[in-house]
Design a protein. Sequence first.
Length: 109
Amino acid sequence: MGTTKAELFTKKQNETASLLKAIAHPARIAIVEYLMNVESCICGDIVNKLPLAQPTVSQHLKELKSAGIIQGSIEGNSICYCLNEKTIQKLKIYFETIENKISKQNKCC
């Protein structure tokens, strides 16, 4: 696959692509879904909930955190994670925009 030539696209398009790329892995989707279903920040439980080794889970958490999809805070010897509401709101707005445009278009297929 070639380069994306990011400079040819808007800042918003590049940001949205980065968010979607960061979340586009089944393990990361599982992490996001797990964090959606708990009512507090989670520390060590994520590794126990996924069928992956701890280093693999840590790498996925790092990618999600780097993209801003999750956030973490240090509590004692562990890092507690939760969803970043601002970033999730950006994704929500993006998909709502698509949904609104589709609902106003003539159906072609």
